[in-house]
Design a binder for this molecule. Structure first.
Ligand code: PRP
Ligand code: URA
Length: 206
C-alpha cells in the first residue's frame, strides 16, 4: 500500500494557514475542517461503485451509487478537527471514537476511550492530523483491525518520516493520505517544521 501525498493547491494553501503561528483558533478550526474535506475527497477516490438504474425527468439511464458504507474513526482529541467534513460529505457514514494520548515525556500513546460501530463490510478511515512517531497511529490501526476493519485507510494532515516508516512497517496494508511529509521530529517528538500541537491549537488550550 502507498503513501499518498495530497498536493492539491487548496490543501497546500490551508496547510500553510495551519502552520502559521499567527493563525488564531477560529481560523485554525476553519482551515482544519476545509482541509479535511480535500483530504477525504482524495482518500475516497477509489471507493467502489454499484450500478443503479434511475429515471431522470426525461428518460431512464444507468446511474451509480456508493457500494459500501463508510466509517470514520477520529482519534481523540485532535482527530475531531477532521470529522465534520466526513459527516457533511458521506450519506450514511458511521463514526467510531478512539481516545489516545501521548505521554509528554516518553511520547508513548496510551488509550483512554473506545467506542466503535460495526466495521465489517465497511470502508474505514482512521483520521488523526499528526503522524509523528507513529505510535498512536499504529495502536489505533491495531485496535480497528481487532474490531473487524479490513478495508482500512489512514488520513492525516502532516507526517514525519519516522511515523511513515513505522506505519508502513507495522501496517503495510493501510494507505496513508497526508498533505505533507515534514523534515524530522525534534527531541520532544514534535514534527519540524510542523505546526505545533494540533489539539491545543484546535481547542484553544495552549
Ligand atoms: C497527537 C496527535 C496524534 C499523536 C501523534 O495527539 O493527534 O494522536 O499526537 O503522535 P505520535 O505519532 O508520536 O503518536 P496527542 O497525544 O497530543 O493528544 P490530543 O489529540 O488529545 O491533543
Ligand atoms: N502531536 C502534535 O499535535 N504535534 C506534533 O508535532 C506531534 C504530535
Amino acid at each position: 500500500m502507498a503513501l499518498r501525498l495530497v498536493d492539491h493547491p487548496l490543501a497546500q494553501h490551508l496547510l500553510t494557514i495551519l502552520r502559521d503561528q499567527t493563525t488564531d483558533t477560529l481560523q485554525f478550526r476553519h482551515a482544519s475542517r476545509t482541509l479535511a474535506t480535500v483530504l477525504m475527497l482524495e482518500a475516497t477516490r477509489d471507493l467502489p461503485l454499484a450500478p443503479q438504474p434511475i429515471s431522470t425527468p426525461l428518460t431512464t439511464t444507468d446511474g451509480t451509487r456508493l457500494a459500501r458504507g463508510i466509517t470514520v474513526v477520529p482519534v481523540l482529541r485532535a482527530g475531531l478537527g477532521l470529522l465534520q467534513a466526513s459527516l457533511d460529505l458521506f450519506p450514511d457514514v458511521t463514526v467510531g471514537y478512539l481516545g489516545l494520548e501521548r505521554n509528554e515525556e516518553t511520547a508513548a500513546a496510551s488509550s483512554y476511550y473506545r467506542k466503535l460501530p460495526k466495521l465489517a463490510n465497511r470502508v474505514t478511515f482512521c483520521v488523526d492530523p499528526m503522524l509523528a512517531t507513529g505510535g498512536s497511529a499504529c495502536q489505533a490501526l491495531h485496535v480497528l483491525k481487532e474490531a473487524g476493519a479490513v478495508d482500512l485507510h489512514y488520513v492525516c494532515v502532516l507526517a514525519a518520516p519516522e511515523g511513515v516508516a513505522l506505519l508502513q512497517a507495522e501496517h503495510p496494508d493501510v494507505d496513508i493520505y497526508t498533505a505533507a511529509v515534514d523534515s524530522h521530529l525534534n527531541d520532544k517528538k514534535y514534527i519540524v517544521p510542523g505546526l505545533g500541537d494540533y489539539g491545543d491549537r484546535l481547542f484553544g488550550t495552549l
